[in-house]
Ligand binder design. Structure first.
Ligand code: SF4
Length: 375
C-alpha cells in the first residue's frame, strides 16, 4: 500500500476555548485485529483503484482521555474497576478494556459499595453523581471537558430562567446527562421536524444547546426552523458540536465528492460515526456503510468501485482503520491518498481524581510511561 497526501486545505481551527491545558497522551496500544487475509477479491473496475483516507479521523481528545483514565485506574487501584455505561461508544475498545479488568455497568447500584467507578466520556447527570456518592463509590469523572462545557451552559441558562431547547437524540447518554442538569428547564428537540411543533412557555426566554456529536448541517436546519418560530432564540456562547465532530464531517464531505463508496469504521451506537455515513451520502458518495471491523465489508460493496473513501468515528482506534486498509489493499486498493482538511493537536489532562492519586507516584507500573497532568 502507498500513502500520499492529496489535500491539506485547512478548514477548521482545531482547539476549543474550553480546552484545558494539554496532556501527554498515547493510544490504547491494542493488539492487532485478527482478520482473514485475502478475503476480498481484486476484481476489475474501470479506472485506477485507490482509497481516499479522510483526516482527521478516529480518536478525539475526549475519547483518548477517557480510555487512558480507565487504564490508569486499573493500574492504580487494580481490577476490577467499574465503568458506568460504555466508556466510549466503540465495541472493540470496550471489549479490550474488559479483558484488562474493567466491568461495565448500566447503573451505579450494580457496583459494590466503596469500589471505584469511572463515569464515561458522555457525561452524567447530577442525580448519578449523587447516587454514586450515596453508595460510597469512589468516582472518577472521565466526562469529556467539551461535554462538561455544555453542562455548565445548561446550568447557567436554567439559573437565568431560560427554557433550554436541547437538540439531540432521545435516550443518548450525553443528552440524558445534559438534560439532567436542568430537567425542569429542558425540552428535547430531536429533529428539524420537531422544531416545527415544540411549544415554549415564553418565546422571549429561549436558548438552544446541542449534543456534541450531531450533524452540523442538520443541527443548523433545526436552529433555522426554531428561529423562524422564536425570533428571540439565543445561541450557545460557543459551538456545542465539538471540534472533533466538525472536523471529521468536513473531511468526509471532501472525500465523498470523489468516492463512489465510503466506509466508516465505528460502532452502531456511536452518534458521530453514524452521522459520518449520513454526511457521506449527502455529499456525493453513491453508497456509504458503517462497520465495526474490516471483516464486515462485503465483496459486493466494491463491485465496479474505483475510489473508496475511508474514515472513522471519534471513538475508533487507528488499528481498526489499518486493518481495513490492509483488506482493501488485498482487493487492489493499495494506493492510499490522504485527504487532510485540518490539523488536530488538542489533548486533555486526566480526570482530577486520578491526577490526585497519581501525584507523587514514582512507580513505573502505575505511571505507565504516559502520564499527563499539568493543570
Ligand atoms: S466527540 Fe467531541 S465531545 Fe465527544 S469525547 Fe470527543 S471531543 Fe469530546
Amino acid at each position: 500500500m502507498t500513502l500520499s497526501a492529496e489535500s491539506s486545505r485547512p478548514i477548521h481551527a482545531t482547539t476549543s476555548a474550553a480546552a484545558p491545558a494539554a496532556a501527554a497522551s498515547i493510544g490504547l496500544g491494542m493488539p492487532r485485529i485478527p482478520s482473514a487475509r485475502n478475503r476480498l477479491k481484486d476484481t476489475p473496475v474501470i479506472g485506477h483503484k485507490r482509497v481516499l483516507l479522510a483526516a482527521p479521523r478516529g480518536y478525539c481528545a475526549g475519547v483518548d482521555r477517557a480510555v487512558i483514565a480507565v487504564e490508569k485506574a486499573l493500574d492504580l487501584y487494580g481490577a476490577p474497576v467499574y465503568v458506568r455505561k460504555q466508556i466510549v461508544h466503540n465495541t472493540h475498545v470496550v471489549s479490550e478494556l474488559e479483558k484488562k479488568g474493567a466491568i461495565f455497568v448500566d447503573e451505579v447500584d450494580e457496583v459494590p459499595t466503596g469500589a471505584h467507578i469511572v463515569f464515561s466520556a458522555h457525561g452524567v447527570s447530577p442525580a448519578v453523581v449523587n447516587a454514586a456518592a450515596a453508595r460510597g463509590l469512589q468516582a472518577i469523572d472521565a466526562t469529556c471537558p467539551l461535554v462538561t462545557k455544555v453542562h455548565r451552559e445548561a446550568v447557567r441558562f436554567a439559573r437565568d430562567d431560560f427554557q433550554i431547547l436541547l437538540i439531540g437524540h432521545e435516550g443518548h447518554e450525553e443528552v440524558e446527562g445534559t438534560a439532567g442538569e436542568a430537567p425542569e428547564h429542558t425540552t428535547l428537540v430531536g429533529s428539524p421536524d420537531e422544531a416545527d411543533t415544540i411549544e415554549v412557555a415564553d418565546p422571549t426566554k429561549v436558548v438552544w444547546l446541542s449534543q456534541t456529536t450531531l450533524s452540523v448541517d442538520e443541527t443548523m436546519e433545526t436552529v433555522r426552523r426554531l428561529r423562524a418560530r422564536f425570533p428571540l432564540l439565543q445561541d450557545p456562547p460557543s459551538d456545542d458540536i465539538c471540534y472533533a465532530t466538525q472536523n471529521r464531517q468536513v473531511a468526509i464531505k471532501k472525500v465523498a465528492e470523489d468516492a463512489e463508496l465510503v466506509i466508516v469504521v465505528g460502532s452502531a451506537n456511536s452518534s458521530n460515526s453514524v452521522r459520518l455515513v449520513e454526511v457521506a451520502l449527502e455529499y456525493g458518495a453513491s453508497a456509504a456503510y458503517r462497520v465495526d471491523y474490516a471483516s464486515e465489508v462485503k465483496q459486493e460493496w466494491l463491485d465496479g468501485v474505483a475510489t473508496v473513501g475511508v474514515t472513522s468515528g471519534a471513538s475508533v482506534p487507528e488499528e481498526l482503520v489499518e486493518e481495513l486498509l490492509r483488506d482493501l489493499a488485498d482487493a487492489g486498493y493499495g494506493d492510499v491518498q490522504q485527504v487532510k482538511t485540518a490539523e488536530e493537536d488538542l489533548l486533555f489532562s486526566l480526570p482530577k481524581e486520578l491526577r490526585k492519586d497519581l501525584a507523587g507516584k514514582t512507580d513505573a507500573r502505575a505511571l505507565g510511561g504516559r502520564i499527563a497532568s499539568n493543570d
